[in-house]
Design a protein around this ligand. Structure first.
Ligand code: ATP
Length: 379
């Protein structure tokens, strides 16, 4: 049997030029009076994708979701679902359902009545409703809780009722606005995996809005990183982390070091960058950086080595002083202050119990890294 992991790994319709877009935002703009919440945004989501919209508060991600659900109409541009223009189609006629952060469960109804509500409204025959509700209860593992009311459930259980209710009508697309926002950290982590399993099992397309980067990284096939009503980058979690295309995205997800400077020269995919203090680095993944351009070399802390002596084989090594050390058990994070005052963050895994090259506060230290350990950013 194929594991879920291997199924996921082979799922990449965005790399297939023949794959048909499922949800498509085309030059969508949404204005509220003078204010532009979504600005000329174009985005494609594929069928069965677990897609995350990630961004800070106010970047327009919920507005995007609400337009897809039909609670708002775009000011201009269009939204297509399976080739059909959604303009003018009311929310209840779209094959889309939305699960709100507040869950919006009916407090006076039992779990099963809550799940049955939408089906009843649709006029589904009672026997079919009973069957579907039982199926949903099983799906979210709440069979024993069918007769309870929402206040008799834990936060995680309430979340599952909301989920069961939103998929009971078998929408093609489920929209989730901060689906785990009300849960504590541990429960959030468990629930992330449950959500992923559920999405796989049902074969639905999920579009999740979140401001939590770890959550997006864990769950999503692809992430759209938004800022001020625009999409800054759409990519898989690994690409977002390893190959950000702008300083904004690089800084938004995880910790990163940026070496700012000017491109002294370029050969093939390699550039020599001179920093303001004259320090030089030679790095690959030069992107569109041309000679003379102002660029940043962005590199993650775990790709930087800290040592007391300059490593003999290092292409890039900068000298500084240990400014701070945080011992976190599994790893140690060093902050090294370079000659020009820049603080470099480097983390090293404590795979051995004893470090061969112990460093302490105020020690002279070298930070070194391989030319291909980061990316050059021009934006
Ligand atoms: P959050 O995570 O805080 O919900 P968000 O990224 O989802 O943020 P949106 O809810 O999409 O942000 O809102 C984007 C911007 O549009 C915000 O500045 C918000 O104040 C504004 N906005 C949203 N809805 C309306 C409305 N009905 N009228 C006026 N302004 C609105």
């Amino acid at each position: 049997m194929k594991s879920l992991g291997s199924i996921r790994r082979s799922f990449a319709p965005w790399n297939d030029p023949n794959a048909k877009p499922y949800i498509r935002f085309e030059n969508v703009t949404k204005r509220f009076g003078e204010f532009t919440a979504v600005n000329d945004l174009t985005l494609t989501i594929f069928e069965r994708e677990f897609f995350a919209l990630l961004g800070a508060s106010g970047c327009g991600k919920s507005t995007l979701l609400r337009m897809l659900a039909g609670f708002e109409e775009p000011t201009s541009g269009r939204i297509l679902l399976d080739g059909q223009d959604l303009r003018g189609i009311p929310p209840y006629r779209r094959p889309v359902n939305m699960m709100f952060q507040s869950y919006a469960l009916f407090p006076h109804m039992t779990v099963e009545k809550n799940i049955a509500f939408g089906l009843k409204q649709e006029g589904m025959p009672a026997a079919d409703i009973a069957r579907r509700v039982a199926e949903m209860l099983k799906l979210v593992k709440l069979e024993q809780f069918a007769k309870r009311k929402p206040h008799q459930l834990s936060g995680g259980q309430r979340q599952r009722v909301a989920l069961a209710r939103s998929v009971a009508k078998r929408p093609k697309v489920l929209l989730l606005d901060e689906p785990l926002g009300a849960l504590d950290k541990k429960l959030r982590e468990e629930t992330q995996f449950e959500l992923m399993d559920l999405q796989q099992e049902l074969g639905l397309t999920f579009v999740v809005v979140t401001h939590d980067q770890e959550e997006a990284m864990t769950m999503a096939d692809r992430i759209a990183i938004m800022d001020k009503g625009q999409v800054m980058q759409v990519a898989t979690p690994a690409e977002v982390y390893e190959a950000p295309t702008s300083r904004f995205v690089a800084g938004f997800v995880g910790n990163i070091n940026m070496f700012e400077g000017k491109v002294a020269d370029r050969q093939a995919n390699t550039v020599r960058i001179t920093g303001p203090s004259g320090a030089e680095i030679t790095v690959e993944n030069a992107g569109d950086a041309a000679a003379g351009a102002d660029v940043a070399f962005a590199i993650r802390p775990e790709k930087i080595r800290v040592s007391s002596k300059r490593p003999a084989d290092a292409v890039n090594a900068l000298q500084g002083e240990v400014y701070d050390i945080a011992y976190l058990g599994d790893m140690t994070v060093y902050h090294v202050r370079l000659g020009d005052g820049q603080i470099v963050r480097a983390s090293s895994l404590n795979a051995q119990r004893v470090t061969e090259d112990p460093l302490t506060w105020s020690d002279s230290a070298w930070v070194s890294f391989r030319p291909d350990a980061g990316v050059v950013l021009t934006r």
